[in-house]
Design a protein around this ligand. Sequence first.
Ligand SMILES: *Cc1c(COP(=O)(O)O)cnc(C)c1O
Length: 397
Amino acid sequence: MNVYLDNNATSMTAPQVVEAMQPFWTESFGNPSSIHSFGGKIGKHVAVARQQVAALLGTQADEIVFTAGGSEGDNLAIKGTVEALAGRKRHIVTTRVEHPAVRVAFQYLEKQGYRLTEIPVDRDGGLDFEQLQDALTPDTAILSVMWANNETGVVFPIEKIAQLARNRGVVFHTDAVQAAGKIPIDMRKIPVDLLTISGHKLHGPKGVGALFVRKGTKLTPQIVGGHQEGGKRAGTENVPAIVGLGKAAELGLNSITEKNEKVRILRDRLEKGLLESCKGAVVNGKNRLPNTANISFEFVEGESMLLLLDSLGIAASSGSACTSGALEPSHVLRAMGIPFTLAHGSIRFSLSRYNTEQEIDYVIEKMPPVIERLRSISPFTHSGDGQSWGAPPSCAT
Ligand SMILES: *Cc1c(COP(=O)(O)O)cnc(C)c1O
């Protein structure tokens, strides 16, 4: 059996999305900016996609800027805001648990001379709201707080945070790449200024995304040239991908309103099954997305778990796709203060609406012997100085 539980890294392109994109690789190849009818009729499809994305987020269509993905959206929002303020404000604020696309953009600005504050989180992954309140000053140019964390699935109270930023006159950006298509987002109700989504995290194509820019928000484009995307992002539109993103947004919106609970039920089944059969297993994070389970198996090394699971046809992830490979525990788990032996044994299962109960039961069945085998050879169970840590907890196999 092949079981794909790595949807926070990337998700299967929905068949309806592939179908919607198809004509735009072949007969409908025109440039939407052209005057002739080859191009003119293409513009309509880009407009429909813009409406579909706007509907998912509760925005106006002309507040949507198409980008080449989540990383570009984050960079455009953060650097574009700071640049638009022309150095009048020199302080920038984010959290310790952001995706690298946000984190590294802030570190880049820090190197340019901006003063950076990174707000900590607690053991459950929750944001320290008091520190956030104290951090915002009249000199703060931008606050960026992700809607939901890609590694743990922890959802931040974006409404409360957006309200705080609005009251303090600070531009507020949220990376909603993991939230979009999984939980409701309505920009009519929440005063967010800028919001990023990415196609391939919601069953759309890779290399396309969107940035919501609320009317009146000042933003300096980071890619200049043509007049596309209301002057906020130059370059001939990636029409097939944009059409695919629109379709994915439509399907995502329908799945939230119809059968969102399906994913949560499967995720809870997986967690319950693993926690029952493996002693010493703990779930990382509280208040989470319905699809994500980040579980630590003490005294086991995450990467070895992934390799054994892979040999059984099960795809999951340890740390984040970007940090695994390096044997550094993830910056998110470290920020939560999760001890070394747990952080190293953490594994992320991220589900989608395409997973089935049979798949989940297969993982619940295969996992205990994997853990058992790795614990029997774990270097963590006997410390180097001869001090025994005692027998590791065992699994019911
Ligand atoms: C995947 C991801 C991104 C980056 O999106 P790309 O489209 O892959 O560039 C940004 N933020 C979060 C939270 C993500 O999970």
